[in-house]
Design a protein. Structure first.
Lengths: 466, 151
């Protein structure tokens, strides 16, 4: 094979092939690595045999893809099928190492049974003759990407509705990434807090270092696949900031996230209680709420895969009572509360005799002289009415109407009582009814009764209404 | 000191046929006691599960996968073992899966056995967990091995 013998009916234009070594071997070579006279890589993969020859599949491979293969990131099958070439060569080699047949073949025409299995990952130790490529690659710019990819987590969402094959909508993909980012960022903040709250004394230093750390550790995409929607998400473990033990902490973040957030059965009460004890309410809200929202999204199924494309965790929807263990019930947020009502005292210039109901926006804009926000106002009744009775006063009955936290309170100092109601109309109706009722009771009271004395002083007339 | 002569190799004639210019087996090969694993057929009764590759391929009418390297030619006269079950499994996957092994090599199962110093000479274990074994005359390996599982 080192010096292929010429053969008149073959088409094999690659020259100067020399063998670096066998990447796979079992009682003979199975996958061999060659270079041509231009130092291009060619792999020979044993695919078949007959009585006179062994048949090999030969194709050109980039340094980068060999590196990925030898590091276990891509399978041998993917290395063959990767769409960076139009064809491969099929070559028959006989007992004398002569090429007896050689022809190009479109990769789509290679019979599937001749290809290696999906999981044909290289998990073996690196052969010595690959060291030069490893050394070259690990000092290249691309090494950063490769290194990060190695340490990333593979998240996959696959649509529940397969009417559109396995295409995930951009909306779902977007919200998925957004929630995953929120969860990871929440975890980074929490982890930084636990690690450095006692180490970094100054609040401003703490915030500066936290921001630096978050900039470095911002979750990044190191791989995408669109069959379903699959992302390899990692965080940097190379760049540094000048804080004690930063490297150790930095390396621990993603594995800890994997352990405490990803590798969790969210329907196992025991596991959820451990989380509830380990993380504060606010931390759980930041970390777990968005993650559970991803799990519970009805549009897709959420799984975690290993680097060999095997599903290692398929999440089931999280029951509400389980979710409540991890995610604290939401407190009413300020922006969800009803708007606080206030009284406003306005001084507006109007025409004499003008009906106040005619005061409109235009008049307020042109004639407003003064405005003041008030917690209470002083009002009065000239008469009150209740069921079947009306009281008219010669002197008005005064009361104070206050408004606190959207609750109206009417206080009638002269009669020493107050009423509360969130609805102003109801409060005033009840207030009138209460005054009428007190008046009726007072009619049978002693003359010295202060209530009776008060009504005697202010009431002009009382009439029963039929 | 009494020098005990090493037993002759079972496939010395096959080695001789290769006309090698190197020592085969090389001097690093040694008599060892160890547990090893081998891809085999489910049933040993056809006598094809413990043969050097050159003979095994010849018996099934298949040309050997050769290269010009003399170490390689020497190795074709030995049996292949793996040092652990994991190595045996990882090599199955790396090579292309059980179906590939079955179709091209004819093996369907993995067996475990214990080789003893009186059985032959073992090479050092390579980076794939693979080693070569040159049997001594009179050694029969089949009874020493038990099939563990399908590949």
């Amino acid at each position: 094979m080192d010096q292929p013998a010429p053969y008149k009916h073959i088409y094999f234009p690659i020259t100067g092939l020399h063998k670096l070594g066998d990447l796979l071997y079992y009682e003979g070579p199975i996958l061999s690595w060659f270079k041509d006279d231009l130092q291009h890589n060619y792999l020979f993969y044993w695919i078949d045999y007959n009585q006179s020859s062994n048949r090999w599949l030969i194709w050109k491979v980039s340094d980068e893809n060999i590196y990925y293969y030898l590091n276990g990131h891509v399978s041998l099958r993917d290395l063959i099928l990767v769409e960076d070439k139009d064809f491969v060569f099929i070559v028959d080699i006989d007992d004398n190492l002569s090429f007896t047949k050689a022809f190009p073949l479109a990769i789509r025409h290679v019979r599937p049974e001749l290809l290696p299995a999906e999981k044909s990952y290289y998990k073996l130790n690196m052969p010595p003759f690959a060291k030069a490529l490893m050394d070259k690659y690990e000092t290249s710019d691309n090494y950063y990407k490769i290194l990060m990819k190695k340490q990333s987590i593979v998240f996959n969402i696959s649509p529940t509705n397969i009417n559109f094959a396995r295409a995930v909508t951009t909306h779902d993909a977007g919200s998925f990434l957004s929630r995953l980012t929120r969860s990871l960022n929440g975890f980074i903040e929490e982890s930084f807090w636990k690690k450095y709250r006692d180490i970094i004394q100054s609040g401003s230093d703490y915030n500066r270092f936290l921001n630096d750390a978050k900039a470095i550790l911002a979750p990044r995409l190191f791989g995408l696949r669109f069959g379903s929607f699959e992302v390899l998400v990692g965080i940097d473990t190379v760049k540094k900031i000048d804080v004690a033990d930063f490297t150790d902490w930095q390396h621990s973040v993603l594995p800890d996230y994997e352990k405490d957030v990803v590798d969790v059965d969210y329907n196992d009460t025991g596991q959820l209680q451990v989380i509830a004890e380990k993380y504060s309410d606010s931390a759980r809200e930041k970390i777990y709420e968005p993650y559970i929202k991803i799990i519970n999204n009805p549009h897709y199924n959420f799984t975690i895969k290993d680097k060999a494309d095997k599903i290692v965790r398929a999440y089931r929807r999280v029951a509400k009572e389980k979710e409540d263990i991890v995610v604290p019930p939401k407190k009413e947020r300020i922006d969800e509360m009803p708007k606080q009502k206030k009284f406003m005292n306005l001084v507006v210039e109007v025409t004499e005799g003008q009906d106040v109901t005619e005061i409109n926006k235009k008049l307020l804009q042109s004639g407003l002289l003064f405005s003041e926000q008030l917690d209470e106002v002083h009002l009065h009744f000239d008469n009150v009415a209740a069921a079947n009775a009306r009281l008219r006063f010669k002197s008005p009955i005064r009361f104070t109407l206050s408004l606190v936290n959207n609750i109206y309170t009417a206080y009638v100092e002269d009669l020493s009582f107050y009423l509360e109601n969130p609805d102003k109309g109801s409060l005033l109706r009840n207030l009138e009814a209460e005054i009428v009722a007190l008046y009726k009771i007072s009619r049978s009271s002693d003359d010295n009764d202060p209530i009776k004395m008060f009504f005697d002083a202010v009431v002009d007339s009382f009439e029963e209404i039929q | 000191m009494e020098v005990v002569a090493r037993p002759a190799l079972k496939y010395q004639a096959l080695i001789d046929q290769q006309n090698l210019s190197i020592k085969c087996p090389d001097s690093s090969c040694a008599q060892v006691d160890m547990t090893v694993f081998r891809w085999v057929k489910a049933d040993f009764s056809d006598g094809q599960s413990f043969l050097p590759n050159l003979i095994y391929d010849f018996n099934r009418g298949k040309p050997p996968r050769k290269n010009a390297d003399e170490d390689f030619k020497c190795g074709m006269c030995a049996l292949s073992f793996f040092d652990t079950l994991e190595s045996a499994g990882e090599n199955v996957e790396a090579i292309g899966g059980p179906e590939k092994i079955k179709r091209l090599l004819g093996y369907t199962h993995v067996a475990q056995g214990k080789i003893e110093s009186t059985d032959g000479l073992a090479s050092s274990i390579d980076e794939h967990g693979h080693l070569l074994f040159f049997e001594f005359v009179g050694v029969v390996l089949e009874p020493k091995f038990t099939v563990l599982s399908a590949l």
